[in-house]
Write a new protein. Structure first.
Length: 126
């Protein structure tokens, strides 16, 4: 059980652990449950809490920083920056699409099959 109650992993998910961490932190920032200035657990602490390799958590934090959601400041830790000014609800939609593509690849679909499925979904919404 994690000492970081707001981040839990689904062991049955096809989504990699780093992506689950990234998605959950993004969701918490978007909902306001993680406010600007809040410190996230250290990479080592979160890895230990979740039973993951340090590099897995480090990748999630790097991607969150790349997306402008957090700032890593060495020994001072990682803090929430909030959503970038250009961020909207589309961020979560993009994350959902990325997650779906990852899952499709893990299930053996190639790029052409994925693109075909997306094209069909766009042509026949709902």
């Amino acid at each position: 059980m994690s000492d970081t109650p707001y981040i839990e992993l689904d062991p049955d998910s096809k989504q990699p652990a780093y992506a689950q961490i990234k998605a959950r932190v993004t969701e918490l920032i978007g909902s306001g449950d993680l406010a600007v200035g809040v410190s996230l657990p250290s990479i080592r602490q979160l890895a230990g809490d979740l039973g993951l390799a340090v590099n897995t958590v480090a990748r999630a934090y790097r991607e969150l920083e790349r997306d402008g959601l957090v700032r890593q400041r060495g020994r001072r830790g990682t803090t929430v920056c909030g959503l970038p000014k250009a961020a909207t609800a589309s961020n979560s939609a993009i994350a959902a699409v990325e997650s779906a593509v990852t899952e499709a690849r893990q299930r053996g679909l190639d790029a052409a099959q994925i693109l075909s499925a997306v094209s069909n979904a766009l042509a026949h919404p709902g």
